[in-house]
Ligand binder design. Sequence first.
Ligand code: AMP
Length: 579
Amino acid sequence: MKFSDFCKYLEKIEATASRLEMTSILADLFKQLSADDIKPGVYLLLGRIGPLYEGKEFGLAEKTVVSAAVAGLGVEKKVFDKVYQQLGDVGEVVYKLKQQSNSLFKTDPDLSFVYQRLRKIADLSGKGSLTAKKEIVADMIREYPALTAKYLARLISGKLRLGFSDMTVLDGLSWFLKGDKSLRPLLEHAYHVRPDLGLIAYLVKTKNLNGIETIEPEVFVPIIMMRAERVKQIPDIIEKLGQCLVEPKYDGFRLQVHKKGNEVKMFSRNLEQVAYMYPDLKQAVLEQISAESIIFEGEAIGFDPQTDEFLPFQETSQRRRKYDIEELSQKIPLKLFVFELLYLNGQSFINKKLMERKAKIRSILKSEPEANLVIAEDHLVSKTEEIEVLFDQYVSEGLEGIMAKKIDGVYKPGAREFNWIKFKASYSQKINDTIDTVVLGYYYGKGKRSEFGIGAFLVGVYDKNLDKFCSIAKIGTGVSDQQWRELKHLFDKNRSSNKPKEYFVDSQIVPDVWVAPKFVVEVSADEITYSPVHTAGKSAGYHKNSGFALRFPRMVRLRSDKDVYDITTVQEIGRLVKI
Ligand code: AMP
């Protein structure tokens, strides 16, 4: 396919606000793309150059793309700036100036060729790479047609926001195969095992459903992590699970470890590669794991080597830093409490029962008291009182609470189900647990906070049924002066000149500045209440014409380890208030 034809599809997608129509445009695009083009095509649709977990980026700020565009268009910077002031979007400016210039474009390249050039931009690194990257961008803008140049400028500056999620692509694939949404669960499962939409699309295109049904985990490709449901009180655990396995809930960060031979990679919950931050754990994996290839999971938590006590999350999380790694690993050593086995020596374990996975991981992890890798403690229980005793004991040891697991449960990638139930110590009187929210926008501060330029922010939760982020609270407490400054800086880097497309964010409240839904903030509150101005759960009619709201919400912490699709859902809140 010509890249210019691909751009016509982008234009069509952009012009529609209907998700259904968008899905059918995608299905049509998948039909037109050849087997060779579908993988790069899908990455580019999502504004990426490869699967998310590869973490490959163009490494060019919008400012740099602008200067490359100025060179490519052969205009003066001030001409560009003037049009930019009117249009506010680098792609639109490139399009307009390109059309005005009347210069005939030289080539109308194929998608695969453009993809190779884009990959080259992402691959270049080191000295002189910035100039080389800029030259490629300038050449492309100079040589290619206006519409192509417009979308390339947006794509490279990270501003290709077509307003759909990975899930919409899966719906598109389902429509492509069957003309409706019915294959989405199957496709979603495949995606949770191998979160590479390009690969999934390629398999669908070349093998129909056969490629999807037989999909298996692969070492060094992260598996979307299974998550826990929650209940309101401890007796509900036995009611849901019967006899179950209870483990401590460690308050650190989850790691999925992949090893093949002497190579080790680690992934965080949002699929970032993080092994470089934890040389101590990497070494421990090599020393303590006796397997050729393996995927397993655990929770890493800092401990005080003098007292052997766990450290609070705030201290542990200092280890998630990109610099001073050696020094920090001395100061805050980590223990990784291993609780899952997902793959071993060529064989997937995700469909095996919990007790079998546990027994196997025990047999291949050499655990000694002083070691950095330790098997998570577990207890087989069948009575509420037993769980209560364990809960009190763990909380008094500085742990967060308990995780109760279904003994014959399989590992369901990406699922949040009652296979795992978390029960945490209360942060407040009435809600037992904190809520993970996404930041939707912020307000300029008043009084003292005007100095920071931010005084509160609007947050939302995820509506799984609507695939939208819906507002639930405005937060102005629990944030230190230093944190306000940091939040303002972070949010500004991702501010959005207008409300993200309707079907992505649902909010009647309009903050002073919209922020692209990227940041996860854990909040606590006294109660879940209702409010006519918030949209969380509103259309589902949980309570008259109101949505859910939080009473006395306060920020607990920024959760940079969590992905926005990993946050609390409207449906979970619905269950919490109903119980
Ligand atoms: P939450 O982040 O509140 O949804 O709780 C689920 C998280 O608890 C998991 O993603 C892990 O990071 C963490 N966790 C701590 N201890 C355990 C455990 N024993 N089993 C599973 N997850 C655990």
